[in-house]
Write a protein that binds this ligand. Structure first.
Ligand SMILES: *Cc1c(COP(=O)(O)O)cnc(C)c1O
Length: 563
């Protein structure tokens, strides 16, 4: 393992394996896919995150769709290798020891990118401190700030302890990792022998930092009351920056990262614009997200691509040649993935799904802005479409954040709707949505549905997974879909207009959704299969070839890492 790495990627969550509960949703999956493509492209990088011994939770659902959360039981050393290095961070004046575990990602040509998981569960620490790396997004504000200190400050220290001394880019994947800038400032002071942070110290650190923001909602940006921040981090630390940043009563992680990064981006074109508007005194670019193609392509399609597009794993752009794959083989491989999914669901849930029935998939983090209940706005209309235009069946999945009461209420509403439709339209809710389920659902349904309320979906990535498997999306024009949707070619838009604001009237969205299903998609699926397959092919050729992390990482390299 060479220590000559140039880029360190910091993320509060990284999804690498369904057996490791170290991610909650899109942000973590993106981080994992980013690193996988980094390894494929032999980008000299390392990644840092936290180890969550109890995970993001195991989801239990009762008959009414009430969610309870249980700690995930998993055996850390089945997945990770413990390293001998130890570092210390100071939290609320106490020293907290950290150890680290390594996971190796090996790219297509054998290049390794290590991912380091920081762990506070050591006998030297107090019970409370030992639990600091137990839960992802658990605990109170103090717990979170302690975690972010471990990630940012502990993470940089651990990289040094591991022998990485040539890193010249620190990539903060969302503001959770912003505190790494504090450690870099300290390092720079030590290097120059200065005692006070001045503009030249700031400029040096800025040149080293890159920041990707992920949420278009102001309230979604982490911030901590100043008295809490002073207690956890020490008053001197914040005082030394007071004159430089106009902080008042809160430590805002987004502003910290914005002030100390030389390159900042949003995760889709529209999200870049929304972020630019929100933080108008900074320059915010955009790099649209992607997914790791080989990870999210079903086994059947992988074989088909190997046959017709050899080398697609190393050159995702070549997926554009999918247009020349024989239609019949594409359909055959799709049916295979669908059969696998239907059999699984029938076995697990005794659901009686039918492989020939048009199947809609919807699964993601359940939270109000994603409107998981939009499809059930008018159950009568859904029933009518099902009985008069063509049968449909629906698969649902997703966890709600433990503290997201709005999300939990929606989960219960979805369950209620499922009950109400029971005798006619089959809707199955698959509990405990994770990477493995995601792989199966996004590849096995006929249509991927996404109903966010614009402009709140920064990007979204699950529709990209579907596209790689020839599954077209029916989605609101928001996030990546503004770029990915060509009507009737790669999929369909729910509502014709994306130039709307958060306060726009959305009362017609459900009607648009039903109209599109009834008048366009279902007739095409049942009566004009060739045209439907044509859309499937274009989903792969136009969207699979572009919305992948290989293209995304090439853009990060050009715009952020080596610029
Ligand atoms: C891809 C993925 C997500 C992200 O879904 P979006 O629809 O983009 O929000 C969330 N959870 C899991 C398990 C995933 O695999």
């Amino acid at each position: 393992m060479d220590m000559d790495r140039k880029i360190a990627y910091f993320s509060m969550e990284i999804g690498l394996d369904a057996g490791m509960p170290t991610y909650s949703g899109g942000l973590g999956i993106l981080a994992g896919d980013t690193i996988r493509s980094g390894a494929d492209l032999k980008i000299p990088m390392v990644a840092v995150t936290l180890l969550y011994r109890k995970g993001y939770f195991y989801q239990r659902l009762d008959e009414q769709g009430r969610q309870s959360e249980q700690p995930v039981e998993w055996v850390v050393d089945d997945f990770l290798q413990e390293m001998p290095e130890r570092v210390t961070v100071t939290l609320e004046g106490r020293p907290v020891q950290l150890r680290v575990w390594k996971y190796s990602i090996i790219g297509t040509a054998g290049y390794e990118v290590p991912v380091y998981f920081l762990d506070a569960d050591l006998p030297e620490n107090t019970e409370r401190d030992r639990s600091l790396t137990d839960q992802l997004y658990g605990g109170d504000m103090c717990y979170r700030l302690c975690q972010e200190t471990i990630l940012g400050i502990g993470g940089v220290r651990m990289l040094r302890a591991l022998g990485y001394h040539h890193i010249d880019r620190f990539h903060m994947n969302e503001g959770h990792a912003s505190l790494l800038t504090f450690e870099l400032l300290d390092e720079q002071l030590a290097r120059t022998g200065q005692t006070k942070i001045d503009q030249s110290v700031i400029d040096t650190v800025r040149r080293m930092c890159v920041f990707t923001t992920h949420t278009p909602v102001a309230a979604g940006h982490d911030q901590f009351p100043m008295d809490l921040a002073q207690r956890v981090l020490g008053p001197e630390r914040l005082a030394s920056l007071q004159g430089i940043f106009a902080w008042d009563r809160t430590l805002n992680m987004t502003y910290l990262a914005l002030n100390l990064s030389h390159y900042v981006n949003g995760v889709a074109k529209k999200h870049g614009e929304v972020s630019q508007h929100m933080f108008s005194t900074y320059v915010i670019d955009s790099i649209t997200n992607g997914v790791h193609a080989a990870t999210w392509t079903s086994p059947g399609f992988a074989v088909l691509f190997d046959k017709y597009i050899p080398g697609w794993r190393d050159d995702n752009f070549s997926l554009r040649y999918a247009l020349s794959i024989p239609r019949a083989e594409v359909w055959q491989v799709h049916v295979l993935a669908k059969q696998r999914l239907v059999r699984y669901v029938n076995r697990e849930c005794n659901a009686g799904l039918d492989v020939d029935t048009f199947t809609i998939g919807y699964a993601r983090r359940l939270t109000p802005y994603k409107r998981p209940d939009l499809l059930f706005t008018d159950p009568e209309r859904l029933r009518r479409i099902h009985s008069q235009v063509g049968p449909i069946q629906i698969l649902y999945g997703g966890k709600s954040h433990p503290q997201d009461q709005g999300g939990k209420d929606l989960l219960a509403r979805v369950f209620e709707a499922i009950q109400g439709l029971k005798e006619q339209v089959k809707v199955v809710f698959l509990p405990n949505y994770d990477m493995d389920l995601a792989r199966m659902i996004t590849s096995g349904v006929d249509l991927w549905l996404n109903t966010p309320q614009p402009p709140l979906e920064a990007s979204g990535t699950s529709g990209m997974k579907a596209a790689l498997n020839g599954v077209p999306s029916l989605s609101m024009l928001d996030g990546w879909w503004i770029e990915g949707c060509i009507e009737d070619v790669t999929g369909w838009a729910i509502s014709p207009d994306h130039k709307t604001t958060e306060t726009a009237d959305r009362s017609m969205d459900a009607t648009y959704l039903y109209d599109k299903l009834e008048k366009v998609i279902l007739p095409m699926f049942y009566k004009d299969r060739d045209r439907f397959i044509n859309v499937m092919l274009h989903a792969i050729a136009l969207n699979g070839s572009f919305f992948n992390t290989q293209r995304m990482m090439q853009q990060y390299v050009l715009k952020a890492y080596f610029s």
